[in-house]
Write a protein that binds this ligand. Structure first.
Ligand SMILES: [Zn+2]
Length: 93
C-alpha cells in the first residue's frame, strides 16, 4: 500500500497528490500551497465542530460569570478536566 508523501504514516487517500486524508485537509485549509501541506498543529489533536463550539461557550460563560466549570461539565456531559481543556483551548485562540 502506498503511504502518504507528507507524513508517511497513513495510506494515501488522494492518489493524485499522494496525500492521506489528514494531510490533504491541512493542505486544502492552507490554501493549497505549492510547498505541500503545512506541518500538523501541535499535538495533532483533531478539532471537531462540537469541541470548538463548547470551547467558545465555555469561554463566554466564564467571562460572563453565568456558569461554573462544574455546571458546564454537567451541561456538556463531560468531565471537569474536559471543561478545563475547553477553557484553555478558547484562550489559545
Ligand atoms: Zn499524511
Amino acid at each position: 500500500m502506498t503511504m502518504c508523501s507528507c507524513c508517511a504514516k497513513k495510506p494515501v487517500y488522494v492518489r493524485k497528490r499522494l496525500l492521506c486524508r489528514a494531510c490533504n485537509e491541512r493542505w486544502q485549509r492552507a490554501g493549497r500551497p505549492d510547498t505541500g501541506p503545512p506541518p500538523p498543529s501541535k499535538g495533532g489533536r483533531p478539532r471537531d465542530r462540537a469541541t470548538d463550539e463548547r470551547a467558545a461557550e465555555t469561554k463566554q460563560a466564564l467571562a460572563d460569570g453565568t456558569a461554573t466549570l462544574t455546571e458546564l461539565a454537567e451541561r456538556f456531559g463531560v468531565t471537569h478536566q474536559t471543561v478545563m481543556y475547553y477553557r484553555d483551548r478558547a484562550e489559545e485562540e
